[in-house]
Design a protein around this ligand. Structure first.
Ligand code: URA
Length: 197
């Protein structure tokens, strides 16, 4: 496998990737974006419907919540690098709607080397894992996200990984609990602010 030397190279290589079955159905690959030399990287699960169509990470409803929470805790989104564990959108067709499907462990494992390339290019000091797929890909084992949220775990390469929920979990919370869930999510993210100094 050729070594990836740039984010443009990563985009091209992931566009052609068929190491798991997801890529052939997606519109395009979506790699991370933001400050290419960011001290802090945030990793979600996989691009969603909007991300797949637009080619940019976290631009749909979950991305808007993420941006709001980052802004609230004083982490400018343009200072960080935002990516995903998987680079293609996995979905199921229901009529004309494309419904998100959780990737299998095998699919996440197949994509891991692209995430490793991205981390090697950006060289963040620390990473935020948004949800369980990201946590598993980053830490190398299953992480009970609700129990571990707000905690820093270590990656094999020594980088600390802050565990929190995926912002799309906030979209599934009953409306009356949503403010509290958002506040708790923002409080988790605030623990990463010191990395920016
Ligand atoms: N969910 C993710 O995990 N990533 C995105 O880019 C969008 C939604």
């Amino acid at each position: 496998m050729p070594r990836i030397r740039s984010l443009a190279g990563l985009k091209a290589a992931t566009m052609a990737c068929r190491e798991c079955p997801i890529g052939q159905y997606a519109t395009q690959s979506v790699i991370g974006e933001g400050n290419p030399k960011a001290r802090l990287m945030l990793v979600g699960e996989q691009p969603g419907d909007q991300e797949d169509l637009q080619g940019h990470p976290f631009v749909g409803p979950a991305g808007k919540l993420l941006s709001q929470a980052l802004e609230q805790v004083g982490i400018p989104r343009e200072q960080v690098f935002v990516s995903n564990a998987l680079k293609h959108f996995k979905f199921e067709l229901r009529g004309k709607r494309r419904i998100h499907k959780t990737p299998t462990q095998r699919e996440a494992a197949a994509c891991l080397h692209w995430l490793a390339d991205e981390i090697a290019l950006v060289k963040p000091e620390a990473i935020v894992a948004l949800g369980s797929t990201a946590a598993r890909s980053l830490v190398g084992r299953a992480v009970p996200v609700m129990a571990a949220r707000g905690q820093w775990l270590d990656r094999e390469d020594g980088r600390p990984v802050l565990i929190t929920l995926h912002p799309s979990a906030l979209l599934r919370v009953p409306p009356e609990d949503r403010d509290a869930a958002f506040t708790a999510f923002a409080a988790d993210l605030a623990k990463a602010r010191a990395i920016l100094r």
